[in-house]
Design a protein around this ligand. Structure first.
Ligand code: UTP
Length: 289
């Protein structure tokens, strides 16, 4: 019988060096797209997919994330005593249910694979989702929800994938593709950040994963990969052949918010999709032409 996916891991232990100095004392995942931090978009996507337990793998200087999903009694009191009900509601909706949220700390940023491994005891022996907040996905049906439908069809590992320009393969984990059926692509192999001439395809791995718990055995070997980091891609590659492994071509637009240009594009796209902002932002853009 297929186990339900109840838990999601949010690795937020990275240094965010591409956003220095902004990320010197503020977590990258707290950068706002319009008026919401990146990590909140990821948590809302997980909630919309029916996730019940939220596991954050944090690091030094990341306490703002814990505070963001907790009560702020003083602020809530001020808002309710001054009659600002909609703002007060916004804040109360943010708070995750007691006992359904866990924080564990990655003491050293040894890589994404190591961050996921840090969540092993909290995940236990069941399939789980991983969401990288800096990959922001605008979609009618939240990306993780689309992936869960695919998971219940295949009962195996599912990773979100999309085609990227050939000259960008060195920024991503790249899929060696097998059979394609609709939105699903059989994964025959995975290569972390290959040069364009060495890339097996242009189908790249995006920061949404549904993984079987067997991944922890491989992550636990703590083998260093590209850039001297413990890579999630390397352990995922070892799972191939043991259990079904598919890439899932999701519907939606992905913004790479770990990159400055991608982050600015996300702010434009999200503000232009809002009725209360579209006209104003359009006229600002026009004024720069
Ligand atoms: P990135 O590869 O974007 O690295 O991580 P980074 O450190 O956050 O940013 P740059 O490249 O220095 O600017 C992708 C995701 O994996 C997490 C990050 O927090 C981010 O959400 N991560 C990365 C960890 O949790 N731990 C790590 O050791 C590395």
């Amino acid at each position: 019988m297929i186990q339900r996916v109840r838990k999601a891991v949010f690795p937020v232990g990275g240094l965010g060096t591409r956003f220095l100095p902004a990320t010197k004392s503020m977590p990258k995942e707290m950068l706002p797209v319009v008026d919401k931090p990146l990590i909140q978009y990821a948590v809302e996507e997980a909630k919309a997919a029916g996730i019940e337990e939220f596991i954050f793998v944090t690091g030094r200087g990341k306490t703002a994330i814990e505070d963001h999903f907790d009560h702020s009694i003083e602020l809530e009191n001020i808002l309710s005593s001054t009659g600002r009900k909609s703002e007060a509601k916004l804040l109360s909706e943010l708070v995750l249910e007691p006992g359904q949220v866990a924080y564990t700390r990655q003491q050293e940023p040894l890589g994404l694979g190591h961050a996921v491994w840090c969540a092993r005891e909290l995940v236990g022996n069941e399939p789980f989702a991983v969401l990288l907040a800096d990959d922001l996905i605008q979609a009618e049906t939240p990306c993780l929800k689309q992936m869960l439908t695919a998971f219940y069809q295949t009962s195996g590992n599912i990773i979100a994938v999309m085609n990227v320009p050939k000259q960008h393969t060195a920024r991503y984990g790249i899929v060696d593709m097998g059979k394609e059926t609709g939105s699903l692509v059989e994964v025959k192999g995975l290569v972390e950040k290959p040069a364009p001439e060495k890339a097996p395809s242009t189908l790249s791995v995006i920061g949404r994963y549904i993984l079987l718990p067997e991944i922890f055995e491989y992550l636990g070997q703590k083998e260093k990969g590209r850039g001297g980091e413990i890579q999630l891609t390397d352990s995922m590659a070892k799972l191939i052949g043991n259990s079904p492994f598919h890439g899932f071509k999701f519907e939606g637009h992905r913004f790479d918010c770990g990159d400055k240009a991608g982050f600015i594009e996300a702010n434009l796209a999200f503000s232009l999709s809002r009725d209360d902002m579209r006209d104003e932002i359009f006229s600002i853009i026009e004024s720069y032409k």
